[in-house]
Design a protein around this ligand. Structure first.
Ligand code: UDP
Length: 389
């Protein structure tokens, strides 16, 4: 009965993009299932009684340099021109991260900041981006103090809280997401396009899935459909789960959010404030900033990180290391022997995708499968631009 239908497992951003492409471009039927009671996966948001749009699974800020992704998403949502900033409490001082020249002047006395700025400019190109682990390796007598300071005050304890590991014990690409900026740019992202969908992510994904060829079933586990015959399966769940953990489990970090409503217009000065060195939570999100929503009260969420445990919490972040990559590669190899089953998304690819990379991956997956395009260097964009140092 499903012989002519494509099954998409997972109604998050990756599943929604591939479903839309198949429905629209191929004019084929698509059944999208999700075990959760809602669509939009971890991008899920909703308006609460205060009229504040809450990102249930943590702040999601869209940013991309990719025109194709931007154009595609703009078919389904209008975005505001929000440019994300993150503040961190360093030695009790609220200052911008990524660490940049503004941070330097916030945390150090002026004379010291000036000296350090001069030394940085002697060493690095203006506007370059230096991952902290590269900066530390650099062994420059004059700048070692600063590298150590940033490592200890911004990265060390935050990373231990977030990953249960020290920065040196996780893949270097993780901390490289927040490089030190040799400039006065204190935005969290430098991408050409940034913004929040004006009617929310859930609305954007609802629009994407709104197509006569698409049927959606929430509260529907893949196990119910496993033995049915579909034309093709696009699986955005965890690849080890699909193969019933036959080679072992891939590890993930999970996060949880403690929501609080406060009887004041604003709780903090910014949408996200990080606490690298204090408390057990990593950061506090205050949601009304994203869409500039007016309300008497405000809602915040304190974010805690923990290991993923099957049946207890949700998978959020793949823990990329040699052992997990090897395990994932075994699953990937096995996946290639399956006809008409395709994996994608953060969990299907076991990759730390941002929203734009998940969208691009889904668009390119479609090109690969249906237009026989070979996608080389998909992860090219993920690499951090380390200028000559
Ligand atoms: N990080 C940190 N201190 C900070 C911000 C980030 O140590 O104040 C490190 C930490 O290891 C984190 C990684 O940089 O997991 C990537 O941060 P990002 O904000 O990109 O994480 P996401 O928003 O995806 O959770």
């Amino acid at each position: 009965m499903y012989d002519n239908t494509n099954l998409v497992v997972g109604a998050g951003i990756s599943g929604a993009v591939i479903a839309r492409k198949i429905a629209e471009k191929l004019n084929e039927k698509v059944l999208v299932i999700d075990k959760k009671n809602h669509i939009a996966g971890n991008c899920y948001d909703y308006r609460d009684k205060n009229g504040i749009t809450i990102h249930k699974f943590g702040s999601h800020i869209f940013h991309t340099n990719n025109d194709r992704v931007w154009k595609f998403l703009n078919r389904f949502a209008d975005f505001n021109t929000y440019m994300h900033r993150v503040y961190a409490i360093i030695d009790g001082i609220e200052t911008a991260i990524p660490f940049n020249f503004n941070t330097l002047y916030d945390v150090f006395p002026k004379l010291l900041a000036e000296k350090l700025e001069t030394k940085l400019l002697e060493k690095f190109d203006y506007n370059s981006r230096i991952p902290i682990l590269e900066f530390k390796k650099f062994n420059n007598e004059k700048l070692d103090f600063l590298a150590d300071f940033i490592y200890k005050k911004v990265f060390l304890n935050y990373t231990i809280k977030q990953w249960g590991l020290r920065p040196d014990d996780i893949d270097s690409s993780v901390t490289a997401r927040v490089p030190c900026l040799i400039s006065r740019d204190s935005r969290y992202f430098q991408d050409k396009y940034q913004g929040i969908p004006l009617c929310g992510y859930s609305h954007m994904i609802t629009n994407m899935l709104k197509h006569p060829n698409i049927e959606i079933k929430t509260n529907s586990d893949f196990s119910k459909y496993k033995n049915k015959k579909f034309k093709r399966i696009f699986y955005t769940g965890s690849i080890d789960e699909f193969f019933e953990y036959k080679f072992g489990s891939l590890s993930y970090r999970s996060v949880s959010f403690k929501f609080e409503e406060h009887k004041c217009a604003y709780y903090q000065k910014n949408s996200v404030v990080n606490y690298p060195d204090n408390y057990d939570f990593t950061r506090i999100h205050e949601y009304k900033y994203y869409l500039n929503e007016n309300s008497k009260n405000t809602v915040i969420a304190k974010e805690y990180s923990t290991d993923f445990k099957l049946g207890i919490n949700e998978r959020y972040y793949p823990i990329v290391n040699e052992q997990n990559t090897e395990l994932y590669n075994r699953y990937k190899k096995l996946a290639r022997t399956y006809d008409n089953v395709y994996f994608l998304g953060r969990l299907g690819d076991y990759k730390y995708y941002d929203i734009d990379k998940a969208v691009l991956r889904a668009l390119e997956r479609f090109d690969e499968v249906f237009e026989n395009k070979v996608i080389l260097n998909f992860n090219k964009d993920l690499q951090v631009n380390i200028k000559e140092i």
